[in-house]
Design a protein around this ligand. Structure first.
Ligand code: PEP
Ligand code: MN
Length: 356
């Protein structure tokens, strides 16, 4: 159920409606918009009787939301969600595209610092790198764990990059929440409902990757799990789905971008690295992702991809990432977006610097 407040409703009236909802045993999710505030009502009991709220001060309308996802839906919030990062200029979902780049996994401080230096110089404002790796084989590199998170935190200090890294269970989520700026939930965990609920109680934004065989509705319902716990800063990520195609690792479903944007206010970024699994396809698919209207890209970049401990085949050389940035920078303005400029000044790499 959705309560639409009048455009001139006061904060007090919004608060009173929220209180009433909570007293009745439901959860209230106020969503301020440009025109008016809407209040999403969730709870797994029977539907709230409309008459109980209708006559309250400041209430314009009470609407039954028929879609299975509520808080994720544009019915509840018309304006796009723009995820902000305190202390940083960059956003996800704003006019400037969010470019998240870095290696699949943090391997050594040297590898991570070189990658960070190169992607920051090329104009990326977000750094990715796994400290916890959900690997298909238990015998392959599983990540550096907390040591990897410490390296990531140092990268934020040195290069002023916003840190995105994956949590694979409740225990790693605790630590990722402490060290990083964005909690990534991987494709393999898209329907790990207890992890989604825990991420919903975290105070950091969540980047939710689409499961390898998830329908659009399943993808949005996974985001709903996070939002239903009170974390409204969710970023969706298309990373390719399993099909019969064998010329790529996965099939990057770019049509999901406009489909999501029609149904939801949440930003959606595209991962052409996992989406194709092949280095030579990452730049073309990045161009396409920007053209289709994605809010950003997440790209694997490694200083020495042929020696990478994971996903080397799909990781770009830093020079290729420069090329990718230069190409998407030219495409973005066609659809009213922009990509940050490369840095002209050499980066100062002392602690605490965020030279931009
Ligand atoms: C990753 O980002 O390195 C990763 C493991 O992604 P996914 O969950 O999409 O496979
Ligand atoms: Mn990877």
């Amino acid at each position: 159920m959705l309560i639409v407040m009048k455009s001139h409703a006061t904060e007090e009236q919004v608060r009173a409606v929220c209180q009433k909802i909570e007293v009745l045993g439901y959860r209230a999710h106020p969503m301020p918009g440009a025109q008016r505030t809407a209040i999403g009502v969730t709870g797994n009991q029977t539907a709230l009787e409309p008459g109980t709220i209708d006559d309250m001060e400041g209430v314009q309308e009470v609407i039954q939301v028929s879609k299975p996802y509520k808080l994720v839906s544009r019915d509840v919030k018309e304006d796009n969600t723009v995820v902000q990062f305190p202390g940083f200029e960059a956003t996800i979902g704003g006019r400037e595209l969010a470019v998240i780049a870095g290696p699949c996994a943090i391997e050594t401080p040297e590898q991570a610092f070189v990658a960070a230096e190169r992607v920051a110089r090329a104009g990326a404002r977000f750094f990715r790198g796994g400290a916890y790796k959900p690997r298909t084989s238990p015998y392959t590199f599983q990540g550096l764990g907390e040591r990897g998170l410490e390296i990531l935190a140092e990268i934020r200090e040195r290069f002023g990059l916003i840190i995105v890294t994956e949590a694979i269970d409740n225990e790693s989520l605790e630590l990722v929440e402490k060290y990083a700026d964005v909690i990534q939930i991987g494709a393999r965990n898209m329907q790990n409902f207890s992890l989604l609920k825990r991420a919903g109680r975290a105070r950091k934004p969540v980047l939710l990757k689409r499961g390898m065989s998830a329908t659009l509705e399943e993808f949005l319902m996974a985001a709903e799990y996070i939002m239903s716990e009170g974390n409204y800063n969710v970023i969706l990520c298309e990373r390719g789905v399993r099909t019969f195609a064998d010329h790529t690792r996965n099939t990057l479903d770019l049509s999901v971008v406009p489909a999501v944007q029609r149904l939801s206010h949440l930003p959606i970024v595209v991962d052409p690295s996992h989406g194709t699994g092949k280095r030579n396809k990452v730049i073309p698919l990045s161009r396409a992702a920007v053209a289709v209207g994605a809010d950003g890209l997440i790209i694997e970049v490694h200083p020495d991809p042929d020696r990478a401990l994971s996903d080397g085949n799909q990781s770009l050389f830093p020079d290729q990432f420069d090329q990718l940035m230069s190409e998407v920078r030219q495409i973005a303005p066609v659809i009213g977006r922009s990509v940050a400029l490369p840095m002209v000044q050499p980066l100062v790499t002392g602690a605490g610097s965020s030279s931009r």
